[in-house]
Design a protein around this ligand. Structure first.
Ligand SMILES: NC(=O)N[C@@H](CC(=O)O)C(=O)O
Ligand SMILES: [Zn+2]
Ligand SMILES: [Zn+2]
Length: 351
């Protein structure tokens, strides 16, 4: 019998952390091996808040890729700005004019990795920037969790819908909004049912795992990310919308590398490293749902359509052959542990 194969239009990753310096050099090739483009998150230290900084970061990314073989497929980083309480409308106009900044990212202050400079009150502080984004057509990408310590960690996404998303949509009906890395049925159904240009990215790990994965046999820090994995009924709702063919839902890995020692730690960092095996993980999730034919729209069409960019012309082929995930990978002077290290996945990307 011949191996089943699936050839799709080359996909893009609409939510990615590439870090900087030697970490960037260690990880960027994994993404470029599978994706033609990626929306690169701006949560560096210090954050990328201006187009000038975004341009310099873009140059460092391209520099880190320059040692790839000449026949390696092309990769284009799509840059983002980190929204602050003080982002001036003029900076939004500059970003749009740059041609390389494609979105602005909202981190509620204190919500996640490197979010200290984030927004304290979106509608109260950022209205001029949001108005400019709506006008020039620059999407707002949101880390959709409230930060109120009085709200249970598992309820923070739902609370964000009620307190931020609904008022935001009302005040800026024309603003493109991407609800990033959704983790709950509440977010899936909110995006599905809401009016206005609203979309969501869904990670492979939130499609494949529920919160039990954090605790099987002991605490497992490599499954810890934000928003944290939720219970099984939420995972099922994510699978349902992601595989439904609804163009509001598209691929964003949220691959977020942290050095092994900072994950396996008394206060471990949030973030799962999935760039190495992103399409393998998504193929498994879609296949398990009996919807492998829906993978191409989710991975390759709906993202560029939402962002108003052309679809890719190249292809990517997946083979139904086992792929064993390595235990760890080089990460500058340290190592990074890929999600599900040591496990074997049923699909692999053809080289
Ligand atoms: N997802 C995560 O758990 N971590 C991300 C930040 C983010 O996307 O919230 C990171 O930068 O490490
Ligand atoms: Zn986030
Ligand atoms: Zn992220």
């Amino acid at each position: 019998m011949t191996t089943p194969t699936l050839t799709i239009t080359r996909p893009d990753d609409w939510h990615l952390h590439l870090r900087d310096g030697e970490a960037l050099a260690a990880v960027v090739g994994h993404t470029a091996d599978q994706f033609a483009r990626a929306i690169v998150m701006p949560n560096l230290k210090p954050p990328v808040t201006t187009s000038e900084q975004a341009g310099a970061y873009r140059d460092r990314i391209l520099q880190a890729l320059s040692s790839r073989p000449a026949d390696a497929p092309a990769f284009t980083p799509l840059m983002t700005l980190y929204l602050t309480d003080n982002t001036p409308p003029a900076e939004i106009e500059k970003a749009k004019a740059s041609g390389f900044v494609h979105a602005v990212k909202l981190y509620p202050a204190g919500a996640t990795t490197n979010s200290d400079a984030g927004v304290t009150d979106l509608l109260g502080r950022c209205a001029p920037a949001l108005e400019a984004m709506e006008k020039v057509g620059l999407p707002l990408l949101v880390h959709g969790e409230v930060t109120d310590p009085g709200i249970d960690l598992f309820d923070r996404e739902k609370a964000f819908i009620d307190t931020v998303m609904i008022p935001l949509r009302k005040s800026f009906p024309g603003l493109k909004v991407v609800f990033e890395h959704i983790t709950t049925a509440d977010a899936a159904h909110y995006v599905r049912d809401t009016d206005g240009p609203t979309a969501a990215t869904v990670t492979a790990h939130h499609l494949l795992y529920n919160r039990n994965a954090l605790f099987v046999g002991g605490v497992r820090p490599h499954w810890y990310c934000l928003p944290v994995l939720k219970r099984e009924r939420h995972r099922q709702a994510l699978v349902e919308v992601a595989t439904s063919g609804n163009p509001k839902f598209f691929l964003g890995t949220d691959s977020a590398p942290h050095a092994r020692g900072l994950k396996e730690h008394a206060c471990g960092c949030a973030g799962c490293y999935t760039a190495l095996h992103a399409m393998e993980l998504y193929a498994q999730a879609f296949d398990l749902a009996g919807k492998i034919e829906a993978l191409e729209g989710f991975a390759s069409f709906f993202g560029p359509d939402f962002y108003g960019l052309p679809r890719n012309t190249g292809t990517l082929t997946l083979l139904r052959e086992p792929m064993t995930i390595p235990d760890e990978l080089p990460y500058g002077a340290q190592t990074v542990v890929p999600l599900a290290a040591g496990e074997t996945l049923p699909w692999r990307v053809a080289s």
